[in-house]
Design a protein around this ligand. Structure first.
Ligand code: SF4
Ligand code: SF4
Ligand code: FES
Length: 242
């Protein structure tokens, strides 16, 4: 397989972005964008289509198993995980465009600063104040919520999220569902206020985020249950106790 990679590059956070095109060849039919970036970086002699040396392409990865969310980037206009984006899916077109996520400040090349996601969760003060044992009726919500990779793909397509906005987007709403589902009564008022301010009031419920979530999280279910519990004070449990 031979494919052209059109990569948006930037040396550091203040330098001008530029595009670099590299032809990548592999016999591995399951090669991903992560494979291509790794192999290009491992080849010190590789040149771009204009004959220039290709400096190491900076990007983040950890698990290479779709589990950590580190390698999120925009591939052919869609936010997704580089370790899950198979090159054969783009081979017909012959070119794959690779760009950093656009909602976050670029650090260098394909690395962006996603600190805002952690800061948003911290600022919302949504956590358990005491040791809490979750009710078994909410175990499905707890599990689904815990699958969030904090990759930021959902924020990329969200029309209402931008860095600095009060609305914290689905990357905060998903982990919050876990807390809302099990929080003790005495802490509920505070959590409801934060949820309403930072999630409920800003979400247009278009669910564009659901369609790009690489973990396939059941965002509709979490949103419906969290809204029920945090806004209307209903019980969030879905499973019946035996
Ligand atoms: S449902 Fe729409 S507005 Fe709400 S978080 Fe998802 S993309 Fe954003
Ligand atoms: S909800 Fe999905 S898209 Fe958003 S941060 Fe979590 S895993 Fe990524
Ligand atoms: S490297 Fe962990 S999800 Fe891709």
């Amino acid at each position: 397989m031979k494919i052209k990679l059109d990569i948006l590059r930037q040396e550091n956070s203040t330098s001008e972005p530029y595009r670099q095109t590299v032809i990548f060849e592999t016999e591995d039919i399951n090669a991903t964008v992560a494979t291509a970036l790794t192999e290009i970086n491992n080849n010190p002699n590789i040149k771009d289509t204009e004959g220039n040396r290709v400096k190491p392409i900076l990007w983040e990865c950890s698990c290479l198993q779709k589990k950590c969310g580190a390698c999120a980037m925009i591939i052919n206009s869609k936010p997704q995980l580089a370790c899950n984006a198979q090159l054969k899916d783009y081979a017909k077109k012959g070119t794959v465009t690779i760009e950093p996520l656009k909602k976050f400040p670029v650090v260098a090349d394909l690395i962006v600063d996603r600190t805002i996601m952690r800061d948003n969760l911290t600022n919302m003060k949504i956590w358990f104040n005491s040791q809490t044992k979750a009710d078994e009726t909410v175990s499905d919500i707890m599990y689904e919520s815990s699958r969030c990779l904090q990759c930021g793909c959902c924020l990329e397509v969200c029309p209402n999220f931008y860095v600095g906005s009060e609305f914290t987007g689905m990357a905060a709403a998903v982990p919050t569902a876990r807390i809302i589902s099990a929080v003790p009564e005495e802490q509920k008022k505070e959590i409801r206020t934060e949820y309403k301010k930072h999630i409920y009031n800003g979400c247009g419920k278009s669910l564009a985020c659901r369609d790009v979530c690489p973990a396939g999280i059941d965002i509709d279910k979490l949103l419906v249950r969290s809204n029920a519990a945090a806004i209307w004070g209903r019980k969030i449990g879905g499973k019946k106790k035996k």
